[in-house]
Design a protein around this ligand. Sequence first.
Ligand SMILES: NC(=O)c1ccc[n+]([C@@H]2O[C@H](COP(=O)([O-])OP(=O)(O)OC[C@H]3O[C@@H](n4cnc5c(N)ncnc54)[C@H](O)[C@@H]3O)[C@@H](O)[C@H]2O)c1
Length: 347
Amino acid sequence: MGVCLVTGSCGLVGSESAFYFAKSGLKIVGIDNDMRAKYFGKTASTRKMKKLLSERISGYEHHALDIRQLTGLEKVFEKYAKDIKLIIHSAAQPSHDWATDYPLVDFNVNATATLQLLELTRKYCPRAIFIFSSSNKVYGDTPNHLPLRELPLRWEIEENHSFYHGIDESMSVDSSKHSIFGVSKLAADIMVQEYGRYFGMRTGVFRAGCLTGPNHAGTELHGFLSYLVKCAANQQKYTIFGYKGKQVRDNIHSYDLVTAFDYFYKNPRTGEAYNIGGGRQNSCSILEAIGMCEKLSGRTLEDQYGQARSADHIWYISNVRKFQSQYPQWHQTYSLNRILEEMFHSY
Ligand SMILES: NC(=O)c1ccc[n+]([C@@H]2O[C@H](COP(=O)([O-])OP(=O)(O)OC[C@H]3O[C@@H](n4cnc5c(N)ncnc54)[C@H](O)[C@@H]3O)[C@@H](O)[C@H]2O)c1
């Protein structure tokens, strides 16, 4: 039986991947030490998901390992070696803000541990497909230099601009302020590509916009839409960080991301990087998202304003045409409304 190794298996992307690939007949081996609770506190813990995975996936095997521990990781790779067909690497320190206070931890988890995983893949299962959850933060604050216009509810780009349908992979990763988190993700992103180009391994990098879905343990520092919907559902105050709440994000459901992984898995390439996200049709500003949540809850959301995060994007929409041109059958199944409704009802 082939094995799918999922790092961060209890997180949003990891759990969606585990459920999805279990259905395709792969044995799921998950690695997750619930470090999300250490980063963001108990309410962000992904412990419950570990239980769900064990209950719902037959043969699910869990390792509460820290991906920084090379010896522990090596034992897992040694055990399954050439049976490993697919690796979804989604364990990470995912927050821009958290990284600023703990750069060493952030870099070791996001960058160094990714290199360890690549090296173990090269040693034990070089034909496995290695998928890495990267981030649009690899472009740093370059998107903030686009000619943006302020509208009543959102920042927007001119319709005739080449990025009107989203930012594609031609955007430079140089000469910008990335944030500490942006650099650790970029280092890992380039290394994953390099293991494809240099060693011929089948690696794919997915640079995501905002990923979301009801399985997200959303918290103030990470998982904006999930956290916002939770505040709306539970009548908690929401803090808007800077840009008058007009900053724009595109949102993709974790299920639609994982179906993209599946297309790559079935027809892999070497060292490719893709921008992936909800695109223009699934984009919203914080103010627009608040409006949609208020409609769903029938109540006004109490909010307050905080300072903008350094190097945070003012406007980011992903252009997914590169991925779609290589995998034309892939399409998104979740509209923004459907995402919000599903999360609202689940909270
Ligand atoms: N959620 C988003 O909006 C978003 C956007 C762009 C990119 N990404 C990237 O996608 C990936 C997955 O994001 P997510 O939203 O699923 O995050 P998540 O926090 O929900 O999941 C990550 C999981 O990894 C685990 N983990 C963290 N550090 C670990 C360590 N040292 N050892 C073992 N396990 C560890 C956590 O406990 C958590 O369960 C990350 O690489 C993130 O940077 C996420």
